[in-house]
Ligand binder design. Structure first.
Ligand SMILES: Cc1cc2nc3c(=O)[nH]c(=O)nc-3n(C[C@H](O)[C@H](O)[C@H](O)COP(=O)(O)OP(=O)(O)OC[C@H]3O[C@@H](n4cnc5c(N)ncnc54)[C@H](O)[C@@H]3O)c2cc1C
Length: 470
């Protein structure tokens, strides 16, 4: 039997496809930047089937790429070298929900939105929230340590995972689905796999933390003069609300213009333009008098000159309208044509200085480029993006990509930041890693990869820089 026949045999007739039309959507990612090819799509329906697949791949040295919802933004899920593709789409069961213990166990292929809804049905909250939540999966969220809009209050995916079930490349199953908040009984092995992007093992299920569902949410859009005012406003609002902010998002004027130009129904709520805006939200229980402390905080900020103007949503429809402005920035950027993007993090207090240094450095390389720097200011994470000088595709602008990216990432390093705040390294940034991580850190990463996947069968060429011996 050939390897491919053995793999098909391991999953049965429903568990694989060689149909080009079924495989095709798995070969290209959301931005259309990476295109792959694969002779076989595997769709295991159980942990035992994943284990059987990995045992065969390891024994025969057959490379394999794991794919969840295919919403990753750094190409990690695409079989660029013709690898076998393992889709988690049939690992789709919610295994358990413990209402009083506030935990939920979901298989890797369950969509994030399905987990949110299951929690919501029990008046609980799973706080991970991404614009891709209808398609991305829990396995993908764990692999990428996904962030999103509520990290400020609840942390990244890493902070939301209590237990994991992982299959190692040799087929060994690590059953670590413990619903424990405290467990100092040795190395916390699950952490090795969270944010590891797939090259160490295949996650088949996760036990997740749920939270009480807030009864009250206050949302406001504030017009601010500068990123410096925005950082000061963050501190002031956290103090006023007793740390109840759950989102604090920065947007420049141009983002407001793009969204209101391209997205139907999006409207600028202010009478006059402001150079920057902050979308903020605080959530809590009925007893907390949150609305009053939030509005007091905003009034103080206006008196202190930190905020020029503000609108507080007074209905669910108004809340949705404010979030629509923030959530459609990426989509409207796409409609404006070519863009060069960076997903960076620096310490929160350094954001104004970073913007003041990095923006002119980019404009010196790409005169006229339109800076659309927005994002999760409360976490020090900016999507430091630039659209081409004119609307439409612009090959000359895109040709500057590498030069521009290196300039930005070098400045990020100067500020003690990260070149990937939440999207990961994948194939997109693997070659750049040696410039920004120490030799010692890279050695430790390679040692981990060797330990878990000595034959380099899982997601080869992803995360670990090319050309470096494993
Ligand atoms: C419109 C849009 C908005 C987004 N917003 C955000 C955001 O705010 N914050 C954020 O962090 N990300 C964001 N993302 C990126 C993306 O949605 C996340 O990285 C998400 O966690 C990926 O999940 P997925 O199931 O689609 O994984 P995939 O894209 O299928 O895979 C991503 C990586 O994880 C690995 N992987 C997937 N499943 C497994 C598994 N079961 N075991 C081992 N490895 C696995 C893959 O091999 C690959 O390396 C956004 C993407 C889009 C398209």
């Amino acid at each position: 039997m050939t390897v491919l026949e053995r793999l098909k045999d391991a999953v049965g007739a429903k568990g694989f496809s060689t149909e080009a039309s079924e495989i095709a959507p798995h070969l290209e990612e959301w931005r259309g930047k990476y295109h792959g090819h694969s002779p076989l799509l595997l769709k295991p329906a159980s942990t035992a089937e994943v284990s059987a697949i990995l045992r065969i791949c390891n024994e025969t040295g057959t490379a394999l790429v794991t794919q969840g919802g295919n919403t990753g933004l750094v190409g990690g899920q695409i079989p660029l070298r013709g690898e076998v593709l393992l889709s988690t789409q049939r690992l789709n069961k919610l295994r358990a929900l413990d209402q009083s213990g506030m935990t939920l166990t979901a298989e890797a292929g369950v969509a994030l939105a399905q987990v949110q809804h299951a929690a919501d049905d029990k008046h609980l909250l799973f706080p991970l929230s991404l614009a891709s939540e209808g398609s991305c999966t829990i396995g993908g969220n764990v692999a990428t340590n996904a962030g999103g809009t509520h990290v400020l209050r609840y942390g990244m995916t890493r902070a939301l995972v209590l237990g994991l079930e992982v299959v190692l490349p040799g087929g060994t199953v690590l059953e670590m689905l413990r619903a424990l908040h405290k467990d100092n009984s040795g190395y916390d092995l699950k952490q090795m796999f969270i944010g590891s992007e797939g090259p160490l093992g295949v996650t088949t299920a996760a036990t997740l933390r749920l939270f009480p569902k807030p009864d009250v949410a206050v949302t406001a859009l504030a017009a601010v003069a500068s990123p410096d005012c925005a950082v000061k406003l963050l501190g002031a609002m956290q103090a006023h609300t007793g740390g109840m902010l759950s989102a604090f998002e920065l947007m420049p004027r141009i983002a407001m213009e793009f969204v209101t130009r391209h997205i139907e129904g999006a409207r600028d709520p202010f009478a006059s333009p402001s150079p920057w805006y902050v979308l903020m939200e605080a959530t809590g229980g009925q007893h907390a008098n949150l609305t009053a402390s939030f509005e007091d905080g905003l009034a103080d900020a206006i008196t202190l000159g930190l905020v020029a103007d503000a609108v507080v949503a007074s209905s669910a429809a108004q809340t949705a309208a404010l979030w629509k402005l923030r959530e459609n920035i990426s989509e409207s950027q796409k409609r404006e044509g070519a863009s060069i993007k960076h997903d960076i993090a620096v310490p929160v207090a350094a954001i104004p200085d970073f913007l003041a240094k990095a923006t002119p450095a980019v404009l010196a390389i790409a005169p006229g480029a339109r800076a659309v720097s927005f994002g999760h200011l409360g976490d020090g994470n900016l999507h430091f993006n630039f659209n081409s000088p004119q609307a439409g595709d612009d090959p000359q602008f895109l040709a500057l990509w590498e030069d521009l990216q290196q300039t930005v990432h070098d400045i990020v390093k100067e500020f003690g930041g990260s070149i990937s705040a939440e999207h990961g390294i994948g194939v997109m940034k693997a070659a750049q890693l040696p410039r920004y991580k120490s030799h010692e850190e890279l050695d430790a990463m390679r040692a981990l990869k060797r330990t878990f996947d000595p034959k380099n069968i899982l997601n080869p060429g992803k995360l670990i820089p090319p050309g470096l011996r494993l």
